[in-house]
Design a protein around this ligand. Structure first.
Ligand code: ZN
Length: 208
């Protein structure tokens, strides 16, 4: 797999998803991170997830691979050289408890294998990206479908926000948020990630 430096993720970037969890729609990008140990590339394999910490939810997301440092005036085409699809597995019950306590989300979002990523594809251009729906199939049935046209904060807003607050360099990736339709994983559920009609990755969830 391509070496990945930092993993940034955007929370609540699709209005309908923020609403389905009863969250406020944010007024500035809501960014969190995952350790690189969380990464696992799809190869049709079984992926081990925590089975004793309450519900694990799937969150399908478009993932940007960053090509260079941000500066004012750069385009998305210059900033992003590759894209992938990913699943931001989330321990939803743990996250609800952490939220109540005002604690960081890391335990709910940063566990091993919590950042699924398909192999990367060349950046197809902003127009194609906006026109193309990505889909998560769960056991062959569509569970989530999204396009970055529907995000609250567009890709360049997220990129400049992350760059300004945390730094952003070649080799970093950004999980850009999940559309509506998240839900709990059952042991042995099969997941396929599609960009348009192309299948980019598959895996089977094993709750251990
Ligand atoms: Zn997410």
């Amino acid at each position: 797999m391509t070496t990945i430096n930092n993993i940034y993720c955007v929370g609540r970037n699709y209005r309908l998803h923020a609403e389905e969890l009863g969250n406020d729609v944010p007024t500035s990008p809501m960014i969190f991170g995952k350790p690189t140990h969380a990464l696992v590339e799809t190869a049709g394999q079984e992926i081990a997830l925590p089975g004793n910490k309450g519900e694990v939810h799937y969150e399908a997301e478009l993932v940007l691979h960053i090509a260079r440092q941000y500066e004012a005036g750069v385009t998305l085409e210059q900033m992003v050289d590759k894209i992938a699809l990913g699943i931001d597995w989330t321990l939803r019950d743990v996250q609800s408890e952490l939220k109540k306590k005002g604690h960081p989300w890391l335990l709910a979002k940063g566990f091993k294998n919590s950042a699924v990523i398909t192999p990367f594809h060349s950046f197809p251009g902003t127009d194609v990206l906006e026109e193309t729906y990505f889909t998560l199939l769960k056991n062959g049935e569509p569970a989530q479908r999204g396009t970055i046209r529907d995000v609250i904060f567009d890709m360049m807003t997220i990129i400049s926000f992350i760059s300004e607050n945390f730094g952003l360099q070649a080799g970093d990736v950004i999980y850009t948020g999940t559309p509506a339709g998240v839900g709990p994983v059952q042991d042995n559920d099969r997941f396929d990630l599609l960009f348009g009609d192309e299948k980019w990755g598959s895996c089977t969830a094993r709750l251990g």
